[in-house]
Ligand binder design. Sequence first.
Ligand SMILES: [Zn+2]
Ligand SMILES: [Zn+2]
Length: 151
Amino acid sequence: MIKHQGGCHCGQVKFRTDYDPLLVTQCHCQRCRRLSGTMTFYTIFGDDEVLFERKMGQYDFLGGSGMPMRLFFCQQCSTKLYYAADVFEGFKLIVTGSFDNSSDFEPQAEVFTNNKMSWLRDNGCIQHRFPEAGLYDRLQIMIDNLEKRSA
Ligand SMILES: [Zn+2]
Ligand SMILES: [Zn+2]
């Protein structure tokens, strides 16, 4: 059963998933901020849990942790759909704003808070804060959420 779906601005690329995300993260790093043009929220799923209908453009770069990442975007309208990161091998980091119901996804973790905009306020949903990438901690949270999801 389809739980969440989304797509790009022009409608050429659509995606869907039968699952809930393993983790929603807000990233405050400068690389993400520049690339997205705004604040960045990733909704993390297992690689094969989200199905995309169309081939996308690809942009390779180094993430906030200095490790390689790949961004996939619509070749028609340039909407960023998802990221793949070497440090999160086996997962897709879907751009939260590309979901039809994106306001359903509250971030549970924020990373690179050492670069957070000083005027941002917390509404209480974020349980985990990391001054930098917090990779191992985030992987542990994802594993815990995976166990809860399949319980
Ligand atoms: Zn498009
Ligand atoms: Zn980032």
